[in-house]
Design a protein around this ligand. Structure first.
Ligand code: GLC
Length: 640
């Protein structure tokens, strides 16, 4: 028999003592044992993450972190503690096919936080179970990069409401079966944030929160291998600050100061912010721009191994304090780097629970433009599997531009030049390619690399705005791909109503140079009411997406624990996506072209799919006289 061990036996003495003292001081001793058991369970992950990044400083950091953890745990609302329990009993809750997301700016979707609560009925009607509200913590004044320049993480944008309103909204959503998702902007703070102010006032402690340089020597050395995120309106990665009399690392805009994660104090600060958000009732945090956290000379300073160690340590802390909380990685990086955010190797299953499937999104638009699935098949087939305890966030559009993250090797493997194909996609979606019905805008054209990213709503990019008959079918097919991949499909606000680009995007103060605002529409009651009118594009799309969500919820094969594979292509215009579920195979077929396409009937038999049923059309699948199943232009089928 194993000897009776105390939960704190495996902890260093300093850590165990700090936790015991803190717990003794906390009210509600009932939950102490649970806290200690969770600590015992997650300590190795926390320790390994901290030690690999902070070395000898790790133990001191652990003491401070666990003191904060005890405080946060003690302060956690009993309702949320109950949710922790419920989620622990059902750890795969977010992998189920009923999950479906919606992402919006609170003000543009519904005015205020209270307005969002008033539109919960609308969201439920669509089938939403997950609501990502774009950054709403108090930003700097003026241009704040859509809220991604946070001045105070513990306050809400005054136009939207208060922290109490946020807590109330989280509760309302929770009661309606919707999980609240908020951003944690952890690569940078606004120049107006108190840490940056203190740094400028000469406080050395806070100067060490940032990457600052007295002269250009190091910035120049770094620049040699750094890409530019906003070459148009924020060229370079460093900004001179007159008050500080130094160069500051600013990957994004000059008013977004990158924080220095090599400093354990920064880690402790963000852990505490994380606890704050969890205790307000946030159920998923979107780790914004996470790829950029760690800087390394001679590299592009993205996707560095330390990023994953940091995430692992933060994740372990949330398992101890608030296990209902999930992490979602926002790493818009190439396919090879992407899967690491869901955990590879030593970090398997220990980092983010969710990550944006940027690669799928790019491939959907690429297939729709080219009418060809071969590059997508090659790219998606090459992605290593992700841990079965995680899920992708699949999407067609979001609040950002689309960057053509296409791997040159993948392109070459199907006889394309990566560079030429990226160019084609930019031309096509900017409406500059002959015959293209797309009406996108070019975002951040970079003459040095030839890169041009694209802004625009799904409807405008797919040809609805231009009046192309097939536009709606393209938007629906794009969503069918996202809904059929497995994971949580997320609809970008306005896309469910086929909203076109906003022609007046530049009119609002601070938006003038950033055309991403063209696809960040305000939704009026009149816009929403069109959803019930089948004569409108809005009505048809809304109903189509509702049907997709309902079909998805009926197909257990779409559980995210099962991975998607690409089956051999029978036709270059049909992407066959296969999922081997214990209940049998699910074959998703997606005709990405504007013509009728055949799929050989015998291939279904080969997959042991007898009596095939299309879960999307709710109908039997039958071969034609020629022995093929025929797919209409842009038709999707989910065959079980
Ligand atoms: C993320 C956001 C983007 C923002 C950037 C900087 O990529 O999606 O909108 O500009 O981070 O915070």
């Amino acid at each position: 028999m194993r000897s009776a061990k105390q939960p704190t036996d495996s902890l260093p003495a300093s850590v165990a003592a700090a936790v015991q003292t803190r717990l003794a001081g906390a009210a509600d001793s009932a939950g102490h044992e649970l806290f200690l058991l969770r600590l015992q369970r997650w300590w190795p992950d926390l320790r390994d993450g901290l030690v690999s990044v902070y070395g000898a400083q790790a133990e001191g950091a652990a003491v401070r972190l666990l003191e904060l953890a005890v405080d946060a745990y003690a302060a956690r609302d009993p309702e949320l503690k109950r949710l922790d329990l419920v989620r622990s009993l059902e750890p795969d809750w977010f992998q189920q096919p009923e999950m479906m997301g919606y992402a919006a700016y609170a003000d543009r979707f519904a005015g205020t936080l209270a307005g969002v609560a008033d539109r919960v009925g609308y969201l439920r009607e669509l089938g939403v179970t997950y609501l990502h509200l774009m950054p709403l913590l108090r930003p700097r004044e003026g241009d704040s990069d859509g809220g991604y320049a946070v001045a105070d993480y513990r306050d809400v944008h005054p136009d939207l409401g208060t922290v109490e309103d946020l807590r109330e909204l989280a509760r309302t959503l929770r009661e309606s079966g919707i999980s609240l998702v908020l951003d944690l902007v952890l690569n940078h703070v606004a120049r107006e944030h108190e840490w940056a102010r203190a740094a400028r006032a000469g406080d050395r402690r806070y100067q060490a929160y940032f990457h600052t340089y007295a002269d250009r020597e190091l910035p120049d050395a770094y620049e040699r291998t750094l890409p530019e995120v906003f070459p148009d309106f924020a060229p370079g990665n460093f900004s001179w600050d007159d008050e500080l009399q130094a160069w500051v690392w600013t990957t994004f805009n000059s008013f977004q100061w990158d924080v220095n994660w090599a400093n354990p104090d920064v880690f402790v600060e963000y852990a505490d912010i994380l606890f704050f958000l969890a205790n307000v009732g946030v159920e998923v945090v979107r780790l914004d721009a996470i790829a950029f956290l760690w800087k390394r000379l001679g590299t592009d300073s993205q996707n560095q191994p330390e990023v994953h160690a940091i995430t692992q340590a933060l994740h372990a802390l949330t398992r101890i304090v608030c296990p209902a909380l999930l992490f979602k990685a926002e790493a818009i990086v190439g396919p090879a780097d992407l899967v690491h955010y869901l955990g590879r190797g030593a970090h398997h299953g220990k980092v983010s629970d969710l990550a944006y499937h940027n690669s799928l999104m790019v491939q959907i638009w690429s297939m729709l433009a080219a009418g060809d699935a071969r590059l997508a098949a090659r790219t998606l087939a090459n992605l290593p599997p992700v841990p079965s305890t995680t899920a992708w966030i699949t999407y067609l559009r979001g609040h950002d531009d689309i960057g053509w993250a296409i791997d040159d090797g993948d392109a070459a493997a199907v006889g394309l030049s990566g560079h030429a194909h990226r160019n084609f996609l930019s031309d096509y979606y900017a409406g500059q390619f002959p015959g293209s019905p797309a009406r996108g805008l070019v975002f951040q054209s970079n003459p040095a690399t030839g890169d041009r990213r694209i802004s625009g709503t799904a409807a405008s990019l797919a040809g609805v705005e231009a009046g192309d008959d097939r536009g709606l079918a393209r938007v629906l097919l794009g969503h069918a791909l996202a809904f059929g991949w497995g994971g949580i499909p997320v609809i970008w606000s306005g896309d469910e109503l086929a909203m076109p680009n906003d022609p007046d995007w530049a009119a609002e103060p601070g938006h003038g140079s950033d055309n991403r605002w063209t696809h960040r529409r305000r939704l009026s009651e009149a816009d929403l009411s069109r959803r019930t009118d089948p004569a409108t594009a809005a009505g048809r799309l809304f109903t189509g997406l509702q049907a997709l969500a309902q079909a998805r919820a009926r197909v257990p094969h779409l559980d995210a624990s099962v991975s998607s594979e690409i089956a051999p292509l029978a036709d270059p215009a049909i992407l066959p996506v296969l999922r081997h579920h214990p209940l049998g195979a699910l074959l998703g077929l997606y005709n990405v072209s504007d013509s009728w396409r055949p799929f050989p009937w015998w291939r279904l038999g080969e997959l042991a799919i007898t009596d095939p049923w299309d879960a999307l059309a709710n109908a039997d699948v039958k071969p034609d006289e020629d022995g093929n199943v025929w797919l209409a232009p842009y038709q999707a089928m989910w065959i079980v």
